[in-house]
Design a protein around this ligand. Sequence first.
Ligand code: ADP
Ligand code: MG
Ligand code: MG
Length: 883
Amino acid sequence: MKELLGGKGANLAEMNLIGVPVPPGFTITTEVCTIFNEQGKDAAFSIIKKEVEDSVAQIEKLTNTKFGDKENPCLVSVRSGARASMPGMMDTILNLGLNDQAVEGITIKSGNPRFVWDSYRRFVQMYGDVVLGLKPVNKEDIDPFEEIIEHLKEEKGITSDQDFTTDDLKTLVARFKDAVKSKTGHDFPTDPWEQLWGAVGAVFESWMNDRAILYRKLENIPAEWGTAVNVQAMVFGNMGETSATGVAFTRDAGTGENIFNGEYLINAQGEDVVAGIRTPQQITLEGSKRWAELQGISEAERASKYPSLEESMPVLYKQLYDTQLKLQNHYKDMQDIEFTIQEGKLWMLQTRNGKRTGAAMVKIAMDMMDEGMIDEKTALKRVEAAKLDELLHPVFDKNALKTVKVMAKGLPASPGAATGRIVFFADEAKKYEASILVRIETSPEDLEGMHSAQGILTARGGMTSHAAVVARGMGKCCVSGAGGISIDYKNRTLTMSGKTYAEGEWISLNGSTGEIYDDKVATEAPSMSGDFGKLMDLAEKFTRMDVRTNADTPEDAKRARSFGAKGIGLCRTEHMFFEGERIKAMREMILASTTAGREKALAKLLPYQRADFEGILEAMAGYGVTIRLLDPPLHEFVPHQLATQKELAKEMGISLEEVKSKVDELEEFNPMLGHRGCRLGNTYPEITVMQARAIIEAALNLKAKGVDARPEIMVPLVGTIKELQMQTDLINATAQKVFAEKGDSIKYLVGTMIEVPRAAVTADEIATAAEFFSFGTNDLTQMTFGYSRDDAGKFLPVYIDKGILKYDPFQVLDQVGVGQLIKMGVEKGRNVKPNLKVGICGEHGGEPSSVKFCDSVGMNYVSCSPFRVPIARLAAAQANIEK
Ligand code: ADP
Ligand code: MG
Ligand code: MG
């Protein structure tokens, strides 16, 4: 249904079916949008003309009105609605069908001229903006219609839209129309059919507007989907004191707490609640009290000026409460709902599965499972693995929080800890490494800037404001509606508690409490407790594959272990050569011109390596630790600066010329395809011997201490069986030698990375000399595509923009190409050795879709960086469930 009707249309139809009151309407399908985009407006409209006319007639019949009638006109809204929800990204037009005659008709019918003119001015404003293109030109400019409104307010000496009289509203309509005429050269359209087709076209076109395109890119929504258009009879929240409009969530979208919450406004329409023009009121009494406390508003003032819906319209509140429960039970997920009350009658205008933060996502899934609403497998599938990333970001250091200076308070719109430099415009958010976007309010145009900022602070707008909803969707820290701050866009300053901050100055936001802190505040690593821990236990129950980590240090290994890693899939040894004294010995080894000279230098390195291996094997005791032998080209280790070259020459007692010529000699045209990986170990076997010795000795030392060390020695960049066989022979001979020396032995494995395409293709041969395979998908992708990883940044973004590639293959495994090599490698390897252990250690091991692929080809484990371990664990469990 959603494919054709879009999310909004499908859910409107479904609400109607389950007996929730929805104004009558119809939906033009997404297919028409595709025709519109591919063949143009005329082609699309000629196909649907008759059906649209018939459907409008249906609405007329149900509402007992007539489209375009003078006395009893039918008014409709024209609403966009894609398959996946894209809140606020595309356009909606309300009160369509109004013109000078219709206005008179409804005035007589309703006896409420103010309401009618309020609706009319809204219609001209929205239609003027969306269909006729009257929008601000520059980012500092005010919206042309808002400008007219502001002028009139000044003339009248009033501050709120509420204070406009009917005559003022008439003036606004006239001035709006004048603005349209002078901008477009045409009169504002008075024919309702012309209005309707104009609006339908504009909604289709809005699928291709910049912010919708950007949103799709961020959310990976394909452009082919298109949007549906919903045409629906209007209901009016702006008919006076017994009318209202609002939005609500069946649970807290920030924390996941099981409390109904939302905001509403009496005598208001459409987006008033989220637009930040008036201060929205809370729906529940409890929410209202919490809100007042955060805003520093007294109970007396709250109750008189900002009462909750529960207090102001108790009967309707009860109906709304029951309806939201019914919807949540029906969809079995947290709902984000939009409603309007017209003269004491409740209408639902939208429901959808609500966007939520990572923390809320986990809590809601676990709670609904505990409540028996969904089963364990559904709960696991509900959680979007990549979104767990949010829960793995730093939180404010508890000690640092004791000494912070709280400058102001707003609403805790989206949890998190953010520290950054102030910027005032979305397109400047990238100016600093870490920025906090500070706005009076945000609009859909600000999307990209919100994405790049560390956090978002707004002066206006509630928990359902644009900033709040979008931030929660992105998992970005946000404090909204901080009334106590003042922002000056022109001078680019923010003032709070008497202190004025210029652009570029540091502040911190606490999205969980709504507090705004002076300056930077220290952060600490998060922990995996509560619902998060529970989710991971559940994942454990349903998973087949293990998750290991890529770690080079005991600290990383320990962290990954605390996140549930079972072993190390890749321990790189090269960084171990860089620190302090080691690099000197390493350089000596490289510059030596004889085997004896190299062995002498390697002997110096041995104790360092052994100690490093002891550390890491101990940190992962009880689990396998895959240690990769030296991999990068030697060239990376030699000094390139004159001063260091001189120093080295002195130390080694050779001439500067000799050093220089050796450095030149190591220069390669394509180092990544050059003298590296097992090619080093095969040309300088003494390196492999030293490393194998260090590993085996480390394991034996640990064994003596009672530690269960399980080394797995991995030979990199193998392309032929002989390359591997020679290395395996060296390693085994060295191990035997060490065992004899120590009079003790341990179990160890020798295996290889599969990262050269030839190795995948000849995996049946390679497997004869390997006890395990680990797919090094970074290099395998590089060599399969022939894209240099270090140069791809120049063309990959263009390729993705042009649709040549769907994803960056270095981030998301190319299942069609690289994946086939992996599949073949696994199959061929296991044909020879049925129990061959197989894993992956490229970046892809932490990317959910790639993890699922690894499960499908029967890998034993995936390995990824410590902070991605929980993501991979969940994806692994999901892969197993979905099979
Ligand atoms: P979005 O996709 O941006 O949420 P909507 O199509 O939901 O846009 O429209 C925005 C708002 O306009 C709704 O929340 C609702 O308040 C109002 N609205 C839309 N259709 C109607 C209608 N038929 N009657 C009254 N209000 C409507
Ligand atoms: Mg909506
Ligand atoms: Mg590699």
